[in-house]
Design a binder for this molecule. Sequence first.
Ligand SMILES: Cc1cc2nc3c(=O)[nH]c(=O)nc-3n(C[C@H](O)[C@H](O)[C@H](O)COP(=O)(O)OP(=O)(O)OC[C@H]3O[C@@H](n4cnc5c(N)ncnc54)[C@H](O)[C@@H]3O)c2cc1C
Length: 498
Amino acid sequence: MAKSIIIIGSGMGGMAAGIYGQINGYDTQIFEMHTKPGGQCTSWRRKGYTFDACMHHFFGCKPDSSAYRLWHELGAMPRELVTVEACTAVASPDGKMFIDYYDLERLEETLLKLSPADSKAIKQYVGAIEAFSKSKIGDIMLEGSIRTMMLRFPAMLSVRKWMKMDMRCFAKRFSDPFLRKAFAELVYSNPDGPLFFHLLRHAGGLDGDIRWPVGGATEFAKSIERRYLALGGKVNYSSQVEKILVENDKAVGIRLADGSEHRADVVISNADGRKTILNMLDGKYINDTVRDYCTPLADETPFAIDVFLGVNRDLTAEPSSLVLLLEQPVTIANHKYDSIETQLYGFDKSMAPPGKGTIKVELLASYTYWKQLYNGDRDEYRQQKQQVAEQVIDILDNHFPGLRNQVEIIDVSTLMTWERYMGGTQGWFNFPNRKFEFSMKAELSDKKFKTTLPGLSNFYFVGVWATMMGSLFDNANSGKTTIRRICKKDGKKFIISE
Ligand SMILES: Cc1cc2nc3c(=O)[nH]c(=O)nc-3n(C[C@H](O)[C@H](O)[C@H](O)COP(=O)(O)OP(=O)(O)OC[C@H]3O[C@@H](n4cnc5c(N)ncnc54)[C@H](O)[C@@H]3O)c2cc1C
């Protein structure tokens, strides 16, 4: 009889574990607390508009990339994709505009026009993107094989110097005041954003590896769910796991919130690690390292509030991402902003009714601030959300005159929304509390994935608690890695297609 595996959660890691589990002859089933697949990879529809809470940069669109091969195995590729011409754009209140074109010639020309005196910094910027493009660092991180590493070693050396800098620091290389400001805010309006991440996404767009999956996040997640179901997998929705059942230090099944128990030979958790370790397993399988991972994260979280607007306005000619520099700092929900970043989905016709457009603005916020509001007077919580939306609309109306009167629908989600649907300890921001450091040695070793807990057998993690990465392909890949490990333990050859 096939060995059975229970998977808690249908995020990228959970569904990938299910797919490779089915392919390798295991009898798997997923228990998901929400009513649909995808976890953080989510979007929803309101009055004909699609509001996407996840995707900015979707890696894995180039058929020769490692991420593409993974998506193909998971049934998510090929699919309809849209190419956008720029990574992001920045506009100043006095009408200056920097468009961060993926194409390097066009980018250099644009920057030189804005500030010829900054030719040295501009060359460094373009050169760094080129170096990232050549290094194929994404492939190394995903494959983690010595062969890939050896092939790319010289190119990797040329990107090393950019790995530890933040945007604020890089921006100081520019003398032009607008470019100085623009570069500092280029990564999601966050000067602390890592430069390497920006170079990685720019190189991804340049190489055609980053494009946009038409329909957005939920459509994407559903294609993976379809593959899982076609392989005979089973997903139980609205099924919140409360406990992992353990006998003689072996995971043997789960108990749901409705009290029902389900048994299996192996349990894999794609759920928030803190909840898994401290609640589902009562904190019994822990050591100092794992205890440290479970300590709370910083209270202020990026992408904590999303303001979605459906507008009666054609956005097809607008950049896909636009950072608006503000004349005066604005305080929204306890946080002071020098700029706000907007996503304008005019490039994907499926995101809004004909001739109309969808806009998203993501804001930082304090988890405690919103938690207290949510737990207190619910009307006050709703009013605060409305006020945030009004402030955002005011800012947008300055750049897009008349937009205020074109708003047809407003939807504001907060960390409480994520918590309600996904059960994390801090909304979607459910990473272990450990510092991410890119290390070539770790990338090539098994240590990259901490998938088990001390003293507990037949249990594995997939997703962000295994990878520490906030990326779709890394977390999907963790499902593959885990099933490969289970196969190895069972003396089976791991296969990738049925
Ligand atoms: C705002 C935002 C923007 C992002 N942008 C990008 C991007 O542009 N590009 C990119 O590559 N990545 C992006 N990411 C990251 C990417 O979406 C995530 O890293 C990835 O989806 C996480 O996958 P995961 O396997 O860790 O599972 P998760 O998505 O964390 O899913 C976990 C699942 O477990 C379920 N669950 C939890 N507790 C229980 C329980 N007790 N019982 C049953 N089920 C439970 C949840 O409901 C959820 O479905 C973004 C993420 C966010 C939040």
